[in-house]
Design a protein around this ligand. Structure first.
Ligand SMILES: O=P(O)(O)OC[C@H]1O[C@@H](O)[C@H](O)[C@@H](O)[C@@H]1O
Length: 107
């Protein structure tokens, strides 16, 4: 794993994360959050995360829904709703069918 901090604009509402090492596939579903962030804290920021072990940052990757390009500004009394849901599904990699489109259709 390497240090990474990337923002992807206008991403689909479903994103598949294929973990070949652990043979798992995660599906991120999101609403109201058009962008996505792929990030890990690496050594310095990891020290601020109290429940992350000293060396665990080397194995950590966060993929999250985000709203970066057009920030949401609320006036007093205004409401906004957004959601993200992360679930694990059987890995398409394990079954020998590495087809991200197939994984997205599963959800
Ligand atoms: O902490 P959040 O809002 O879930 O975002 C995750 C990370 O996303 C990264 O892009 C930022 O550089 C970090 O500062 C931030 O912590």
């Amino acid at each position: 794993m390497l240090k990474v901090d990337k923002v992807y604009l206008k991403t689909p509402t479903k994103i598949a994360i294929l973990d070949h090492e652990r043979k798992r596939t995660y599906v991120l579903r999101k609403d109201g959050l058009p962008d996505a962030v792929v990030w890990n804290p690496w050594d310095k920021r990891a020290k601020e995360i109290v429940d992350l072990g000293d060396e665990e940052y080397k194995h950590m990757l966060m993929v999250g829904a985000a709203c970066v390009e057009k920030p949401i500004t609320l006036k007093p009394g205004e409401e906004w709703k957004g959601r993200q849901e992360l679930s694990a599904v059987p890995s398409s990699y394990c079954s020998g069918q590495l087809d991200p489109q197939k994984v997205l259709r599963l959800g």
